[in-house]
Structure formats: C-alpha cells, structure tokens
Ligand binder design. Structure first.
Ligand SMILES: *Cc1c(COP(=O)(O)O)cnc(C)c1O
Length: 422
C-alpha cells in the first residue's frame, strides 16, 4: 500500500498534516479479525467504530447487500419508496420502545442528531412558543457537525475554536453515580436546577442514555435517567435520547433507556444499525411530535438528504437487525459482561490505573495519565490486537460473538501495554 501517499495527502479522523502518524494497512477483515497487508492478524476489540456487532465479512449481511445491488443501489426517496426501507422501518418501529413510531432515515449519526434537534425546534415553533436552547450533559458526545457539536462537551470539542458561530446551549454536570453504585439523589440537583431556571427557552434535553461514550466512557446510574424523564414530563420538555452508541444491544438491553424503564420523545440511532457495513442512521419519534412538527408553518419536516433511505444500506441494516433478533444476543452480551467483570478488576492493581468499569459488551480502563496513542497502538499490534484508546481511556467494544479466550487476549494485551509503557 502507498503509505507515503496516505501520509502526505489523506486526512484520517482527528489527525494533523504537520505531524501525520502512521496508519496500519488493512487489506481484509473476517469475523473478529482485521488482516494487515503483511498477513498479520489482529483481534478487533472495537467492532470497527462500535458498529460491526456481528463481526466482519458476515455471509448473511454479504448476501443481503449483494442481492440488493442487483436490483438497485439507489433511487431518490422523494415521492418513491421501496421494500428495503419499508422492511427496515417496520423493524425499527417494532423494536424501539412505544410510543416511538415515526422514522426519519438519514446518512450518519451526526445528521440524525441534527434531525432530532431540528424536530424539537420545529415542534415548539408549530406550538407558537418558539424555543431554541438545549439542555445537555458535560462529557457528552453527539457528533462532529455543528449543531451536534454544540451539544457535545464544550472542552472536549473545543467550542472556543468556533466562538461566534456555534450556538450556546446549557450543560449540566454529568452524572457521578456509577451504574453499579448506590443512587445518590443529589446527583440530579444540577440538572434539575438548570432545567427549572431555563424553562422558557429549553426546547429539549439531549443526552446519551446510561453510557456517555466518546466524551469519557462514563457509565451512569439508571435512576439519573429516570429522574431526567420525570423532570421533562413535569415541565413539558422534550427528551432526545442519543442511542447511536448504545442501541441494538450494546449495554445488555436492546436500548440503554430500557435500563431506566423510560422512553424518549425522540431517539437517534446509528453505528450498529447496518452491522457496520454502510453509513446510515435514523431518528425515530412519536406521532405526537411528528404531527405537531407538520402542523406548523412549513407544513412538513424540513429535511431530505440526497441518499435518504439508500436501498443498499437499508437492505443490510434490515439483515443485521434480523440477525440480531434471531440470535440470543442478550445471552451473548451478558456473557461478555460477566467475563469483563472477572477480567477487568485485576487491572485495578496497576499503579497507573484509576478505574475500571463495564456494562454489557463495553469494558473501560481509565488511567491517571493520558496514553500515547501511537506508542500504545504499536504495542497492541505487536500483541495481535486492535484497540484504539483516547486520552486516559483504553476501552473495548467487541462484536457480540467474542469468546472468553478472545476477551482474555484483549485484556491481557491492555495489561501488558500498561505494565510496559506506563
Ligand atoms: C458516534 C456517535 C455520534 C456520531 O455519529 P457519526 O456517525 O460519527 O456521525 C453521535 N452520537 C453518539 C452517542 C455517538 O457515539
């Protein structure tokens, strides 16, 4: 592979052209493994970027997408519909908690967040009470497009770079009570105070239910989310749950909001939706929100991307969801959770480790100091695994079929890297 060209001309996620880091040349992927150009086999602890829940090169998903290519790869979704989209949306309506029942298909997770925020703005406009502020949590992550970034942690996403352009929203303290801790009622105080002080302006609350992902891999207490729902109901504020990372079984429930027994007014889905095959996301809402939005001045919801409802992505998403529903996914995810609960606590003995935590098929090691991504990555590759840390967080989000021995290989690799490098 022409790695020199790659280094000189191609931007990778969050990279510098002044100081480009080496990228590893992958030529194929199969099951749980990535294969480098030289044949090196790497056990993937990340499911690509939290998306390939069934593993790579899956025969069922391959068949769904190749069959669809032979029929049509894309047609416009304006005024046209097709079975791949209908079948997918039927599944989404069936799977998501009631009363979510209206589906907007879009291109990526960030766009599904944009869509959710636009729905909330149009909702209040239609009610004749325009509101344009969102309440969200510190350490959140909702994507890299502007509106999504505006509700992402202001320090992590460096809001100061975009001052004057980026809308300013309200950030409540992130939950401190961990998932397995005893609930402490004062955890919700800051959220409640900020909500109640700004009711006039708040269109919606947006948050990641139970697991705050890219903003810090924080796993919080279900009662926090329950209180958020209660407060939103009490004050007539919409609740948007961003399940892009947590949806489709990752936390041990189909959707993370089920841990708190709640359902949002608007839910964002993405990442695992197509089993990691193609970019696609969805925003699902209630009949009440949808109908209110459409009763407003515009008479419709004002969004319609070129590749909306792409048949290839729809077909493979539909196959991925069928596969999920037909397999004992919950047993597998809870199996992974059990193994993580056995393997991770041993790492607490290392001086550099501040905390370990887990939920479902998510395992997190937090260190005191930031890791050098490039150095630790090299160490991991030498150990035959693919794990990509950020900041002080080394974490895994494996495909649901990962075995106990494979999980052990991942955790051993983390242990050895920390012993050698930190
Ligand atoms: C990844 C992610 C997004 C953004 O999705 P993209 O497909 O990368 O645009 C939004 N919200 C959450 C919670 C995510 O994990």
């Amino acid at each position: 592979m022409d790695l020199a060209f790659d280094r000189d001309h191609i931007w990778h996620p969050y990279t510098s052209t002044l100081n480009p880091l080496t990228c590893y040349p992958v030529s194929r992927a199969e099951g749980m493994y990535l294969y480098l150009e030289d044949g090196t086999q790497l056990l993937d602890g990340m499911s690509s970027w939290w998306a390939a829940i069934h593993g790579y090169n899956h025969p069922v998903l391959n068949q769904a997408i190749t069959e669809q290519v032979g029929k049509m790869s894309h047609v416009m979704f304006g005024g046209i519909t097709h079975d791949p989209a209908i079948n997918l949306c039927k599944k989404l309506v069936e799977m998501t908690p009631a009363p979510l029942e209206k589906v907007f298909l879009c291109d990526s997770g960030s766009i599904s967040v944009e869509v959710a925020l636009k729905m909330a703005l149009q909702y209040w406009h239609a009610k004749g009470k325009p509101k344009s502020t969102f309440l969200t949590l510190r350490h959140g992550y909702h994507g890299d497009s502007f509106a999504a970034m505006s509700v992402t942690d202001p320090d992590n996403s460096m809001h100061k770079l975009y001052k004057g352009f980026l809308p300013e929203h309200i950030f409540a303290d992130s939950p401190e009570c961990g998932f397995h801790d005893e609930w402490n009622e004062s955890d919700i105080t800051d959220f409640k105070t900020k909500l109640e002080a700004n009711l006039e302006n708040i269109a919606a609350v947006i948050l990641e239910p139970i697991v705050q992902g890219a903003g810090g891999m924080r796993i919080y207490h279900p009662t926090y989310l329950k209180r958020v729902r209660e407060l939103c109901d009490e004050h007539g504020v919409l609740l948007i749950c961003d399940e892009i990372a947590t949806g489709f079984g990752r936390t041990g429930k189909r959707f993370a909001c089920e841990h708190a027994g709640i359902s949002p007014d608007i839910m964002c889905l993405g990442k695992a939706l197509t089993g990691g095959y193609m970019t696609m996301a969805a925003t699902v809402t209630t009949k009440h929100v949808a109908d209110t939005v459409c009763s407003g001045e515009a008479g419709c919801f004002m969004h319609g991307p070129t590749f909306m409802g792409n048949p290839l992505a729809s077909a493979v998403a539909n196959a991925s969801l069928s596969l999920l529903l037909e397999t004992p996914w919950q047993e597998k995810v809870l199996g992974i959770e059990h193994h993580l609960s056995q393997l991770l606590p041993q790492l607490r003995h290392l001086d550099c480790v501040k905390d370990v935590r887990w939920l479902g098929a998510i395992g997190v090691v937090e260190t005191y100091d930031s890791v050098n991504v490039s150095t630790i990555q090299e160490h991991f590759v030498k150990s035959g695994v693919w794990i990509r840390p950020f900041g002080r967080l080394i974490y895994i989000m494996p495909p649901y079929d990962m075995t106990e021995a494979q999980l052990k290989q991942l955790i051993d690799a983390i242990n050895n890297a920390l012993v050698d490098l930190m």
